[in-house]
Write a protein that binds this ligand. Sequence first.
Ligand code: FEO
Length: 399
Amino acid sequence: MYQPVQLSEDIFYVGVNDRRTELFENMWPLPRGVAYNSYVIKDEKIALLDTVEIGQVEKFLKKLQSVIGDRPIDYLIVNHMEPDHAGSVNLIRQLYPDVKIVGNKKTLPMIEGFFEITDNLMEVKEGDELDLGKHKLQFYLAPMVHWPETMVTYEETQKILFSADAFGSFGTLDGSIFDDEMDFSYFHDEMRRYYSNIVGKYGSPVQKALKKLSGLDIKMIASTHGPIIRSHIEEVIGMYDDWSSFKTGEGVVIAFASMYGNTEEMAEVTARAIAEAGIKEIRMYDVSKTHSSYIISDIFKYKGLVLASPTYSNELHPNMEALANKLKHMGVKDHCLGILGSYTWAGTSVKRLTELGEALKWEIIENSVEEKHTLKKQKYEECRRLGKALAEKLIAERN
Ligand code: FEO
């Protein structure tokens, strides 16, 4: 038995929670799990919007069948092909052999590639409409939010945007499914961690998608992850607008690598100077302890950044190098960077971090600090000056 969750009279949530998977995409930690959301519209025709990751299919089918009973599914709308959503497409086709699989011209070759399904496919184009009876669906392409084939589906009668990954979040839906059934702020950090790490590289396509969707009257956003949003629509669209345009707030992330504490001490001294200068939001992370997804999420939140690394075998500390590579790969924009480094016999880390800041066109605070062996008086004062200069730069941008 399953008590259906209704978005409206004929539209149902049939998603599932995954509290067992440790790493999303086998990379991103899931301390709070993740939800794979799927929806079904029960009209003259039945449409299923996306499926779930195959490991969760049993719970999903139970929910789906409690809503539709013995009726067949007429359409399976595939908004996004990543297997956390399309993982059960093949099984749905086996259970409902007449189901028409709906996607765009980039979806359908993926359907063939992943599942060898070549028949009973329906290609839709930008703005096309699918009539289910009372409910009509419109399709809008949203390439690179998160894959090239990603599209969103707009249900005209209830004004629901089925947004695929967009506006999604890590974290399971613990009884509360809708944003106004919970303390929605609980999801803010996981929403930003999801966006920044999964979609963050594609800020420009997200901006294009937001512009395209700005003409729609949206009363509900039903993403494939996280809460269904009906009371914070403007807020989440604003959050996405900020993140995708790399708009950040006043604050500093200090990410350091340190083998024996010398580089960490430089970071501590710099942090104190930043605080004394009046910056209240300071987040300090040891890159060897905190997964980069949390650090990157905060880098998307705050304009200031201090990167500190010892030189390790004539390069950056490997864990700092991994963070630096991710930031470069994502093309993170518009930050103020302070650089700290230490070494024992030859210094390279400051050079490498400077190259990173230049490659990303960040504003680099003058006079990066590089210390040999332990932190001594002169470099101690230089760390303080660097912290103060970074803080003053951020404070000058207030208002
Ligand atoms: Fe939630 Fe890009 O898959």
